[in-house]
Design a protein around this ligand. Structure first.
Ligand code: GTP
Ligand code: ZN
Length: 220
């Protein structure tokens, strides 16, 4: 399926249109749904990343979407330094139940890569927060772009979505590239003793929409 370049809200257009390269069934351990889950790959994405979409159908015309940036340490290795693993597990469980699209973007370490992220962790262990550690290494606090996410959604036929995120940059990144965010939905709040500083920095220095309520004292 090929979607032509579309006008964005300020009348720019996407430089390139992506198309679905492969779409295969990915049977799930947890559930046996009427419509099987599929993993999709794409040609024509704006960067060199091997970004994938997981689709649990059937989908609404304005589907629920989660954009998740790769975090090997959190997603695979059970790291509690961040909330990524818990957010990913929450997404998979919810979409297995109710349907949705997970865009798994290969943007490890907010786009600076795994080795650089581990270097940033080493600086954090000496007292820097996540923003200053990136800056000290010569990177922006967040190096991610979301054009590829918009390209993938357009290739899937969706120009409007409900987005699960606390990060306003993801909303702007879709809308700047021709995909309307009809509603924002919060992720869960996955606080622990080890990620409290990381989450506070996201809220205080990066504009993430996190409401700790009175739960910070209970982080364990
Ligand atoms: N550079 C850097 N990257 C980190 C650090 N901790 C986590 N990350 C990366 O941050 C990214 C988090 O991705 P997401 O959970 O999709 O995005 P988010 O910006 O937290 O926004 P939400 O949609 O609200 O979850 C992943 O790529 C992680 O590898 C850190 O201390 N330094
Ligand atoms: Zn993480």
């Amino acid at each position: 399926m090929i979607i032509d370049a579309v006008a964005t809200r300020d009348n720019r257009s996407l430089a390139t249109a992506a198309r679905i390269r492969s779409s295969v069934v990915l049977p799930q351990h947890a559930v046996d749904r009427a419509e099987p889950a599929r993993i999709l790959t794409f040609d024509g994405l704006a960067d060199d990343g091997e970004h994938i979409a997981m689709v649990w159908g059937p989908l609404d015309p304005c589907p629920t979407v989660r954009i998740h940036s790769e975090c090997l340490t959190g997603d695979v290795l059970d790291s509690a330094r961040c909330d990524c693993g818990r957010q990913l597990a929450e997404t998979v469980r919810a979409f297995q139940q109710s349907g949705g699209i997970l865009l798994y973007l290969r943007q490890e370490g907010r786009g600076i890569g795994l080795y650089n992220k581990i270097d940033a962790y080493a600086l954090q262990d000496k007292g820097a927060d996540t923003v200053d550690a990136n800056l000290e290494l010569g990177f922006p606090p967040d190096a991610r772009q979301y054009e590829v996410a918009a390209q993938m959604l357009l290739a899937l036929g969706h120009r409007a979505v409900n987005l699960v995120t606390n990060n306003p940059e993801k909303i702007a990144g879709l809308e700047d590239n021709g995909v309307r965010v009809a509603r924002r939905l919060n992720t869960g709040l996955f606080l622990s003793r080890d990620n409290l500083g990381y989450l506070e920095t996201k809220r205080n220095r990066m504009g993430h929409l996190l409401d700790f309520g009175d739960r910070r004292g209970a982080a364990s």
